[in-house]
Design a protein around this ligand. Structure first.
Ligand code: MG
Length: 392
């Protein structure tokens, strides 16, 4: 029996993880759950999975959560804030930590899980985007096993030779990162100026949270994923190509020097990478339907459009610059996306404020977690200022 902590259990990755776990009650037990604001859903999950701990963000939420749990006679203990998250990530009883918190806040508990040698299932992109160097250093220095959950990175992991920590892969020429192109693929800049948060949050293939849906619509998500892939598989950004593939069936590919290209295919359902990583190196059922190639008939591919989707170009530039540019990029993007969701700025202004923030920054080597946080905070303040100048 493996004990699992799910950081960010009420989001779409968290829910999919619980769905997979519920299919294998003899193999996995939930040790801890955590949420940002959806206390009601967290309590429902506690009712079903009876974890030892539930972590919430504030003492008000804790009072609310404890009250609901005790009226239902559930024994789950409620913990609060970053200390609570760190505690359930490192607890001796825990075997597996699913890191599915969205945003910069997920970095610290994920690093805690790595440092205590857990099997870490990484869905939080920001850990690698913000602090890739420090994060991979910690992974290589620890007994932790790091398994990527993002569908593209999980696909690459499956197509690459077996990993030894710190090693370079031999014979790999390029990584080909799949991109759906998002809901606005083929639209012009003019059409993009008028899009609403509602339109940006409807993804053609994947069912995801709001932040990542907007990132998919701007293609920033693909830029962040390229940075993530670069760290995970020690590949320089110029050896990673992006292939737009609107059906989201091929989740990514590895091109070898002998001309072989290996791909991982499947229906677009996050339960596949989650089940793969939970059971790795074994395999287990996930609840995902079999892929029907005959029904699909054909798959399409095209090149990305960095002109109408400048976030992709900006992210690639930040990847090439390195240093703390990706951390600044990520911070500016988080602020800009929230401002778009709050209808303070338009869709095309997201890339403008991110680029202006990067242009105004002198980049440094982030030598510690504190330095990364400092770059992150400064970038957020700068982006907020830009937004208050232009908001409508
Ligand atoms: Mg992805």
């Amino acid at each position: 029996m493996k004990l699992v902590t799910i950081l960010g259990s009420t989001g779409s990755i968290g829910e999919s993880t619980l769905d997979v776990i519920s299919r294998h009650p003899d193999a996995y037990r939930v040790f801890a759950l955590s949420c940002n604001s959806n206390i009601e859903k967290l309590v429902k999950q506690c009712e079903k999975f009876k974890p030892d701990y539930a972590v919430v963000t504030s003492s008000e939420s804790a009072i609310l959560c404890s009250g609901l749990l005790s009226t239902k006679n559930i024994q789950t203990e409620v913990l609060v804030g970053i200390d609570g998250l760190n505690a359930v990530a490192v607890d001796d009883a825990v075997d597996i930590v699913m890191s599915a918190i969205v945003g910069a806040i997920g970095l610290e508990p994920t690093l805690c899980a790595v440092n205590s040698g857990k099997k870490v299932l990484l869905a939080n992109k920001e850990s690698l985007v913000m602090a890739g160097h420090l994060f991979m250093q910690a992974v290589n220095a620890s007994d932790a096993i790091l398994l990527p959950i993002d569908s593209e990175h999980n696909a690459l992991f499956q197509c690459l030779p077996a990993m030894t920590k710190g090693d370079k892969f031999s014979g790999v020429k390029k990584l080909l990162l799949s991109a759906s192109g998002g809901p606005f693929r083929g639209k012009s800049m003019e059409q993009l100026e008028a899009v609403t948060p509602e339109q940006a949050c409807v993804h053609p293939n994947w069912n995801m949270g709001k932040k990542i849906s907007v990132d998919s619509a701007t293609l920033m998500n693909k830029g962040l994923e390229l940075i993530e892939a670069s760290w995970l598989f020690s590949m320089p950004p110029e050896k990673i190509d992006i292939v737009v593939h609107p059906e989201s069936v091929i989740h990514s590919l590895v091109q070898y020097v002998d001309g072989s290209v290996l791909a991982q295919l499947g229906n677009p359902d996050m339960r596949t990478p989650i089940a793969h990583a939970l059971s790795w190196p074994d395999r287990m059922t996930s609840g995902v339907d079999d892929l029907d190639l005959i029904e699909l008939g054909r798959l399409n591919f095209e090149s990305p459009d960095p002109v109408n989707f400048p976030c992709l170009r900006i992210a690639l530039e930040a990847a090439r610059v390195g240093l703390d540019a990706p951390a600044v990029l990520n911070a500016a993007n988080e602020i800009a996306v929230q401002a778009f969701l709050d209808r303070r700025i338009g869709f095309t202004q997201i890339s403008e404020v991110i680029e202006d923030t990067l242009d105004a920054t002198i980049f440094n080597e982030p030598e510690s977690l504190a330095a990364v946080k400092d770059s992150d905070t400064k970038a957020r303040i700068h982006t907020q200022k830009l937004i208050s100048k232009i908001e409508r």
